[in-house]
Design a protein around this ligand. Structure first.
Ligand SMILES: Nc1ncnc2c1ncn2[C@@H]1O[C@H](COP(=O)(O)OP(=O)(O)OP(=O)(O)O)[C@@H](O)[C@H]1O
Ligand SMILES: [Mg+2]
Length: 270
């Protein structure tokens, strides 16, 4: 799906590169969780994946197509859909269903297929009842769902989600994770950027970025074995572990939980 060879990227006017010498291959059907501290280069990498940014050094290939060749852009954007943290940046229409239809219309699909895709994708994200609503009247979480529906309506091979659940409530987050599990089962390649380790438990591979380089890559079991590095990588144990530790520090843990929590913390927290 993706092959990055010696990829560096420096923003115009910046002194230090946002990414330096990244080597990374992602196969079709993988679910890659991309994690790391603020400013480590995750969003920059995501934008290289569908040619929103072009490497300043090295090559980025999507399904074998080089992203620095403008003739490839159409094919690349058809295959890779992005969902960003801030949905306002990707909502283009004033009515919900028109927004989801925007991508498929650009593909020149027949209107019956566009209608079908729009309805299916809105159902998938639980927004079918809002299909005639004005987009400005949606909540942040609903806008995020709309952005996901719009990305899915392109029927891409790969979905890149850059903190796409950041504004969702716990149920909304679970809903999106369930959608991702279904898509992955159907063979879609997923690149999931998040700061929440409890959201990446279905990923088939984890890539940790640090200061614009790949700091570590491996599977989930390997990641949790590296917990001594979590502070350095800007990672944090999932909320329940954090919460339990805070309760323990304040002597607020119910007695019955103590042995269990003690063991949990000893095993999960360095
Ligand atoms: N438009 C820009 N112009 C100049 N520098 C930028 C720009 N966008 C990002 N950077 C810089 O590039 C580096 C990587 O940023 P990036 O947004 O890729 O990090 P990130 O891992 O996505 O962080 P976060 O977790 O905060 O979203 C940072 O040092 C950032 O300051
Ligand atoms: Mg980011």
């Amino acid at each position: 799906m993706f092959a990055l060879r010696g990829v560096s990227f420096t923003y115009p006017g910046a002194v230090t590169p946002a990414l330096g010498g990244v080597e990374l291959s992602i196969r079709n059907g993988e679910w890659v969780a991309l994690i790391g501290a603020n400013g480590s280069g995750k969003s920059t990498l995501a934008k290289l994946f569908n040619a929103l940014l072009i490497p300043t050094r090295g090559d980025c290939l999507v399904c074998g197509l080089k992203t620095d060749n403008e003739d490839n852009l159409w094919e690349i954007r058809r295959r890779v859909s992005m969902v960003f943290q801030n949905p306002d940046n990707q909502i283009v229409a004033s009515v919900v269903e028109e927004d989801v239809a925007f991508g498929p219309e650009n593909l020149g699909l027949p209107s019956s297929e566009i209608h079908e895709r729009v309805f299916d994708c809105l159902c998938l994200v639980g927004l079918e009842e809002k299909r005639r609503a004005p987009t400005y009247a949606l909540s942040g979480g609903q806008k995020q769902r709309l952005a996901i529906a719009g990305a899915l309506a392109m029927q891409p091979r790969c979905l890149v989600l850059d903190e796409a659940t950041a504004m969702l409530d716990p149920q909304g987050r679970e809903d999106v994770l369930k959608i991702l599990r279904d898509l992955h089962k159907r063979g879609m390649t997923l690149v999931q950027i998040t700061h929440r380790l409890d959201e990446i438990l279905d990923a088939t591979r984890v890539v940790v970025l640090g200061k614009g380089k790949i700091a570590w890559a491996g599977d989930l079991a390997g990641l949790f074995a590296m917990r001594d590095c979590f502070n350095e990588w800007g990672l944090e144990m999932p909320p329940l572990v954090r919460f339990s530790r805070k309760l323990q520090e304040r002597n607020l843990l119910p007695k019955a939980c103590l042995p269990f929590v003690k063991e949990l913390l000893e095993n999960l927290c360095p």
